[in-house]
Design a protein around this ligand. Structure first.
Ligand code: THG
Length: 239
């Protein structure tokens, strides 16, 4: 299992405040705690408006790299922020993310290839977000084909079949798990990664739901996850 620590995310209130205040100690502590808890990579998401994102992601990267050697996972929908982030990142990078949307794929896939990065591909196409298993598998195939054509090895590709809220779209759970198994079988050695916590949006006792999905998804072949590694119950399920 590849464990990607999710805590350095500017959409979280305290992290957003620390980014604005340039509170390096707060960010360094989050990095060290996640590394100590077993994170293999640290997700870096500035979560700030486009005019500030590049400055913020570069500061986050430098701050985190001053605190730990754990490699990073640069998380932005904005290809420019990913590109500038890669300039600051040491070691082998991970790009989070491309999609199969033509505008985004045509910038992000070559960038990941040129920088010898691992690549996360969300199953979103020019037609939008998929709802069926089949659509998820098909869009995964489009991303994998383009990434391989750009020179990225299959084992460096991580497909994210998009975890959606079980409260509002209960039928999506089975489609997600089926897609996970099919993608892992059909495209082996390509990996499958989730951002788990979307499952429990709007529900009470979210961590119980999140770690239950983790167990179910691992049984369907999930082999990478964006989680809070300092959540001991989550890590207990994973181990
Ligand atoms: N797939 C991919 N990347 C992703 C996601 C995904 N990156 C962002 C996100 N989803 C995963 N990261 C986080 C980071 C923090 C939190 C959730 C997901 C988090 N949430 C708190 C909660 O759930 O209760 C609330 C925020 C807070 O603490 O203030 O901590 O799906 N490829």
């Amino acid at each position: 299992m590849l464990i990607i620590g999710e805590q350095i995310n500017g959409t979280r209130k305290k992290v957003g405040e620390a980014i604005r205040a340039r509170d390096a100690q707060f960010i360094a502590d989050l990095a060290k705690a996640q590394a100590a808890a077993g994170a293999d990579r640290l997700d870096i998401n500035a979560g700030t408006p486009p005019d500030r994102e590049i400055d913020d992601i570069q500061w986050l990267i430098e701050t985190v790299q001053g605190a730990t050697d754990t490699p990073l996972c640069l998380d932005s929908p904005n290809p420019k922020a990913l590109q500038e982030g890669l300039k600051a990142a040491k070691g082998r990078g991970m790009v989070n993310s491309t999609t199969a949307e033509s505008e985004r794929a045509k910038e992000v896939i070559p960038m990941a290839a040129e920088n010898n990065c691992l690549l996360i591909g969300l199953t979103i196409s020019d037609k939008g977000m998929p709802s069926t298993t089949e659509e998820r598998v098909e869009i995964a195939g489009q991303i994998i084909e383009q990434a391989k054509a750009a020179g990225i090895a299959a084992e460096d590709i991580y497909i994210d079949p998009l975890v959606r809220g079980i409260a509002t779209e209960p039928e999506q759970g089975v489609a997600l798990l089926d897609a996970t198994r099919q993608i892992r079988e059909k495209y082996d050695p390509v990996h499958v990664v989730y951002g788990l916590s979307n499952i429990s949006f709007g529900l009470p006792a979210r961590s119980v739901m999140n770690r239950t999905l983790l167990a179910m998804a691992m049984s369907h072949g999930l082999d990478a996850a964006i989680i809070n590694p300092t959540d001991r119950n989550m890590m207990a399920v994973l181990r």
